[in-house]
Design a protein. Structure first.
Length: 309
């Protein structure tokens, strides 16, 4: 099976009310863990790459490792650019075989966001590639995305409708209260499901995307901290809220922080409990298994995308 776009995945997700996990990848262990978990669950999956990941691993390495995952699984896999900062980055990924790209124009005003997004859409569609765009600003820090809490804002449903009509984007990331990084909420977690409902009412056939949606798994934070880490007060989106989002119209849920925590927690544990270990396969193997366990939980228990391939 070759790489696919997200078009058929999202059509099925909207019809059957489940979400598809979009998991960020940085190296071989991430790719293996994610695709093995998805394959065992018979779930479609989106592997997404940020511009920082491209700088770290380079496109040729990432693409070849993803191709290896496609060869060794029997599930639909899409390769997606996460938070493309400009037209040039999106074009580079399209020209290098990505099946989906995100242009993040949320840092601009509405009209400039429309212009930049439309430019990417026109080029991508000419190559058979789909486009995700973003309207509204999520607070937090992740790779090259850094938005202060005071600058964050919710998506306006009326603007969302106009934006999709004018740009022709294939899916839309909206802001309903999630945020990037490990510190998503200071008090109780709260998502604006009323805004989601209004957006879906106006855009019933447009797949909706939720960024900044890691749970910041408490057990992983505790494992990190118990083995020399320093991640106090981290708090993410509860699983039950993410499940509700999938049931109420979100087609794609992004996960990055939880995978980083899974890897770091196990590497720290091995170093702390087995200080004589210096074989990378020992600690990276443990990290890979923890990432796989985390992804399996998301697919089977939260996103409910198992057996949907």
């Amino acid at each position: 099976m070759a790489l696919v776009t997200t078009k058929e995945m999202f059509e099925k997700s909207m019809k059957e009310h489940f979400a598809i996990g979009a998991f960020n990848i940085n190296n071989m262990e991430f790719i293996q863990a994610i695709t093995e978990a998805a394959n065992e669950a018979n779930s479609p999956v989106i592997l997404q790459v940020s511009s920082s990941a491209i700088k770290y691993a380079t496109l040729p390495y990432l693409k070849k490792m993803v191709e290896a995952a496609v060869e060794t699984t029997n599930i639909p896999i899409a390769l997606h650019l996460d938070h493309g900062p400009d037209f040039e980055t999106c074009k580079m990924c399209i020209d290098n075989g990505f099946t989906s790209v995100m242009i993040d124009g949320s840092k601009y005003d509405f009209e400039e966001n429309v212009r930049v997004t439309k430019e990417v859409v026109d080029y991508a569609h000419s190559k058979g590639v789909v486009v995700e765009a973003e309207l509204g600003k999520l607070a937090g820090v992740e790779d090259d995305v850094n938005v202060a809490e005071d600058d964050a804002r919710y998506t306006d449903p009326d603007q969302a409708y106009e934006f999709v009509q004018r740009t022709g984007c294939d899916s839309l990331a909206i802001a309903i209260g999630t945020s990037h990084g490990a510190y998503k909420f200071k008090g109780e977690a709260r998502l604006r499901f009323d805004i989601l409902a209004k957006v879906k009412e106006k855009l019933p056939n447009t797949p909706i995307v939720l960024h900044g949606a890691s749970s910041v798994v408490p057990e992983l934070v505790e494992m990190c901290n118990n083995n020399g880490g320093n991640i106090p007060g981290a708090k993410g989106c509860p699983d039950e809220m993410l499940k509700q989002a999938g049931e109420n119209g979100v087609s794609k849920i992004n996960v990055d922080t939880d995978l980083r925590l899974a890897m770091t927690a196990q590497v720290r544990r091995v170093f702390n409990e087995e200080p004589s270990v210096f074989d990378p396969r020992k600690y990276l193997g443990a990290a890979r298994e923890e990432i796989k366990k985390t992804v399996s939980h998301k697919i089977n228990d939260v996103f409910c995308s198992a057996n949907k391939a």
